[in-house]
Structure formats: C-alpha cells, structure tokens
Design a protein around this ligand. Structure first.
Ligand SMILES: Nc1ncnc2c1ncn2[C@@H]1O[C@H](COP(=O)(O)OP(=O)(O)OP(=O)(O)O)[C@@H](O)[C@H]1O
Length: 266
C-alpha cells in the first residue's frame, strides 16, 4: 500500500481583490496534485518560489485542510496533526531554554515514553546525529549545523513513520549543507523512514531524492516526477560527476527552465 497519497489535492485561499476595494477573491495555490509515495521512500519536491511547496507540507502536517481532494497516510485521511509525522523546518525551532538532550527528551515526553527510558533513547538519537558529546549544550552554544542535527534528532525521537522537511539546510553554509545531506542519507538508510523533503536546490533534490517531484507555479501542479536511479550515493565520493547525476540534474534543470518558468525565481 502507498504510505502517502495525494488524491487530486487543490488548495485555494481567499485573498484581497486588488481590483475591488474591500472585496476578496479566490487564489489557487495548488491544483490537482496527484501522486503517491511508497513506504521508506525519499522524495524531494522542487519548484520555483510560490509554487506551493510549503502549502503541500502544511497539508501533510494536518494543520490545514485541502479545499478539494484528499491526503492519505496508510490509506487513512489526514484530518489533523499527529505523532506519525515529524517535521524539520528551515529554522531550527529548538527550545532555547532546553539543552540538546532536553530538546530531544521533549519528543519522548510527547510520545508518552516512560521517563526511565529517556536517557538511553536521547543518547541513541544524539549518537545517530553525531552529537553525543554536546548533550548538555544549549542551542545558542551550538553551530547552525549542530542545531539542525538536534532538530532532526528531536523529530526522529518521536519515532514518526514520515519525516517532513521544509528546506532544512537552506540557512547553512555550503560545506555544512553537504555534510548534513550525506548524514541525512545515512540516517534514512538506518531508520527506513519515509522522507518528503522540500528544497529550492536542484543539486540537493537530485542527490537526495529517489524521485524528484518537479512543480510548476501559479497554480502549483506536478510537472513531472523524475526517477533518480543513483545506486551508491554515500559510497561515491564525487557523486556530482556521476553520469546518472549529471544527466538527471540536467533533466530537472531543463524542466525548471522551460518557458512557463521564465522570469520565475527558482
Ligand atoms: N495563507 C495564505 N493566504 C493566501 N495566500 C497564500 C497563503 N499561503 C500561501 N499562499 C500563496 O500560495 C502560493 C504558494 O505558497 P507557498 O508558501 O506554498 O509556496 P512555496 O513554493 O513554499 O514558496 P517558497 O519557495 O517561496 O517558500 C503563494 O502564491 C502564496 O502567496
């Protein structure tokens, strides 16, 4: 069965009508989004600014509902937020008054894990993201990359089936971003989570995604879903020279540079 299914999902918002004072009009942010994600799959979503990437993730969190269509997880309609979905945002969203360990334990408490298990579990997730030695640091004592690792560890501590990531590495410098990308792949391979990862970066989308969903803007629709048959992402030290990477990167680049995107900010 599909882990996640978008069934002809449309989301419209009421916005101010620029032509008529005091009036409102409908604005279609995304239209007829229809695709499925398999259990354990790593999917990346890429598209120009305003194509509805965040709107799609909001719908998956259950914080907003579609105007038309349905979103399903394990065949059940999403009707609200749930601990089956972990979220990692661009901004780290850590509690500044809690240590790295405290932030992770928050996830354990929310899930109802007995307090006696917190230490062992938080150590496990700190170790998974390579920060065992930094357990007692506060967020302001950690680098941006470390904060994002803690945010990932905290989301994983809930043991969600699905990890939703909204440009999680966008605020990091290029080198830290590359390190975290490969760490995320390693974590994904180890945990087998289903991951939906939103990005502006074509390289990032192709490197991480087993499939890349290319979206168009105004309204956001699926332009194409590109398979990325890269086998050894972590073992290949210079993956960006790999002919499959080069070819697929070019395909996604072309899709994003077709006439309807001219002038769009990608
Ligand atoms: N609450 C809202 N009310 C009205 N319009 C909205 C609302 N939320 C989003 N939109 C509009 O829907 C469209 C899609 O927005 P969204 O934030 O999902 O795009 P995005 O692809 O994530 O953009 P970016 O890449 O710039 O972050 C945009 O045109 C935006 O202005």
């Amino acid at each position: 069965m599909d882990k996640i299914r978008f069934e002809k999902v449309t989301k419209t918002f009421l916005i101010r009508d620029e032509k008529k004072k005091g009036a409102q009009r409908e604005f279609t942010a995304i239209r007829d989004i229809d695709f499925s994600v398999k259990e354990g799959e790593f999917i990346t979503l890429v598209g120009p600014s305003g194509c509805g990437k965040s709107t799609l993730l909001d719908l998956l969190t259950g914080l907003t509902r579609p105007t038309k269509g349905r979103l399903l997880i394990d065949g059940r309609e999403i009707t609200g937020p749930g601990l089956d979905r972990g979220i990692v945002f661009q901004q780290y969203a850590l509690f500044p008054w809690k240590t790295a360990r405290g932030n992770i334990e928050f996830g354990l408490e929310a899930k109802g894990i007995p307090r006696s298990e917190w230490k062992e579990r938080s150590e496990y997730y700190l170790d998974l993201v390579g920060l065992k030695k930094f357990a007692d640091r506060y967020p302001h004592e950690l680098s941006g990359g470390m904060k994002q690792r803690i945010a990932i560890a905290r989301s994983l501590a809930f043991d969600p089936d699905v990890l939703l990531m909204d440009e999680p590495f966008a605020a990091l410098d290029a080198q830290t971003r590359e390190t975290l990308q490969s760490e995320l792949l390693r974590i994904w391979q180890k945990t087998g989570k289903t991951i939906i990862f939103v990005t502006h970066g074509i390289d990032e989308a192709v490197y991480l995604g087993e499939r890349v969903v290319v979206l168009t803007a105004n309204p956001g629709t699926v332009k194409k879903i590109v398979d990325i048959p890269l086998k050894h992402r972590l073992e290949d030290a210079d993956i960006k020279s790999n002919p499959v990477f080069v070819e697929k990167r070019h395909e996604v680049w072309n899709l994003l540079h077709e006439p309807e995107f001219i002038g769009a900010h990608i």
